[in-house]
Design a protein around this ligand. Sequence first.
Ligand code: BGC
Length: 805
Amino acid sequence: MSNLKYQHIIKKMTLEQKASLMSGKDFWQTQDILSLGIPSIFLADGPHGIRKQAVSSSQMGFNQGIPATCFPTEATVANSWNIELSEAVGSYLGKEAVSQNVHVLLGPGINMKRSPLCGRNFEYFSEDPYLAGKLAASYIRGVQTHGISACVKHYCAKNQEERSMSLNTIVDERALREIYLTAFEIAVKEGKTKAIMSSYNKLNGEYTNENLHIMVNILRDEWEYDGCVITDWGGSSDRVKGIKAGNELEMPSSGGETDRQIIDAIKSNELAEEQLDECVDRVLDLVLKTSQIGKTPSMPFDVAKHHRISQKMAEESIVLLKNKDDILPIKYNKKVAVIGDFAKEARYQGSGSSQVNPTILENTLECFAESGITSIGYAQGFLRNGKTQKKLVKTACELAQKADVVLLYLGLDELSEVQGLDRKDMRLPSNQIELLNTLYKVNENIVVCLSSGSAIEMPWIIKVKGLLHGYLSGQAGARALLRIISGDVNPSGKLAETYPYRYEDTPTYNHFPGKEASVEYRESVYIGYRYYDTANVNVLFPFGFGLSYTSYEYSDLKVNSEGVTFKITNTGSVPGMEIAQLYIHCQSKAIFRPYKELKGFKKVFINPGETKEITISFDDKSFRYFDIENNSWEVEESSYDILIGSSSQDIKLTDSLFITGTSKQQTYTNHSLKHYQSGQIQNVPSHEFEQLLGYPLPSPLWDRNRPLDYNDSIAQCIYAKGLVIRISFRFFQLIMWLLERTGQRKAYNFLKVSVYNMPFRALSLLTGGKISFQTVDGILLIANGHFFKGIGTILKKKQKGRNDV
Ligand code: BGC
């Protein structure tokens, strides 16, 4: 007990009190013990704005939050590649959190964009762990300057939304380390995050919050993390195992249900009290340090100023993807037709737990007057819900005919990018494409302004001259976009993810989403550009790509063992910001690896005619790879190409450097990994993946022969033994089918996310214990064919909860 920071408090605590600190008091607050001077702290989403529910904190769900600035989502911020700005946004977020008495801000989300279809990609930074990690670390530093805590999430390997609460992610150790953990490593070591949220899924068979390998060996022992680990809401499965893995805070409240499990485990010697004390100590550290901010009177924030920062972030994040005949910026004397529903009602954030209630919300039509561009009118053009309405197309064409330029606002709607669901394809709704095709027949000067939080296919791109991607640019995004269209701002965003031509080209095409029980990451380290580059697959827009209204020339590369310096000259006529990227290619073929990987970047402002010298230093990640035989990071002895690019494919300067390796390099000596050597990983056979993985693949299907249990999802009732449950489930499916058929997407999504894909345990864990574990036991008995026993269990006298003790 001597290493505990709060030994003086812990020694006064009863076992019950200790156990009670291990889970929330309600949906958003930690448990207080006022007699010992331990207050509650408040946790709120995150990541791109504060979502503190206006209603009671005992309530679950995605209720309307108190107004807060809706900054651009992380997928958007990532396009800025601007570490300083990301830190500033983090700091403004922190300020707002303080003003709302929020002590832990649940963000940033730094999961990798393994597939463009993951429904929550809009909440994540990138397909590249280095970029995501650096942005996350700066965001965390910004948030934490206010004395509160960020909470980086979701640790880890959660890259699919559907069934994520019970899904088993199967990934080899090298990909885990190099791709899925590196951003977290940077967030811990450089961002010094005080809290981490474990993810819902299993990792190689064990729930992440119980997984000793990632929780203890890596997080605590290797990275020396001494902060707090919090479960994702309802994500705890075996509470005692969670405590053993150092996952100290279960959220939300289980109404005391899990306290009892912890107490029983201590009493039966299954869990050592010292281990519980360590967890208590870390919770106390988070609570006692961050709760200080609640003591200062609520500090209001400057709404207008925060709105402007949100606009600035959006301006740096919007990406110019095409500019044929220099159609942009639009000259003041041009007559512009504004078409598209998104111009009137901006699409600016995604749906789910991150949804912010904005303080101000601008749309294009309102901001148009001050842009200086001459509008000749607006036409809706299409229905947001995807249905075709010929009349709208006709009116839009009539307007377009009279214009010099058509500004066409297209994108995905709010119901397409949602927590809990993945997209089915990478397409824009067909009614929008039909509109574009028809408009093209009457006016070829089309500039598309796109809103979506993830990559989409663009077979229609040939029909547009200009293409600006706004991503989901927050409450001030509409104005930011107009300032780029008018030329008041020179675009400087670059893509933080690749845009393939077709969904079929993506590395995970055959393995996303996973099957019923698991998802196999057969592509290993080859995600995003790492795959396209290595396997020579042509893409529409490469990682790191973005145009500008000016041009840049790169020169004078000098490389030494410390890093690189080079020069960039702005050779155009307007000031601009260029994002220079450092990639490294290993010349040796002994150990398979992606053709090149991002190892540094810098964003610089340069005036026309000016030259700036850029320095990018190498760091501990520049040449390393994870050696699975030695279970350690190693450096392969080889010459490395040092590539400086303005995108991952537009390499401007090249040199090479010999690096002396570390002594232990043995990876894969006994294996023949043909697909991984070539990078052609779309069809890796099971036996080759198993060699890489080091264990036999479990069946990807649900086991229909065993009884249903706490961690099985409601969807599995389809094969429940109990007739009553099976029939009820069929009826439920019928309702879902009807909703889908009749286009009631919102209601359908709701049922799919909050019932169909929910595990049984969530019935209790997401109702704050209002449905007790005993009731869940009863339901499971009925589902497993023991109807009367189940009813008996449900009706039995309820055991006492935390507050009844
Ligand atoms: C999400 C988290 C979020 C939490 C609280 C969960 O469902 O996965 O990202 O922070 O809810 O709203």
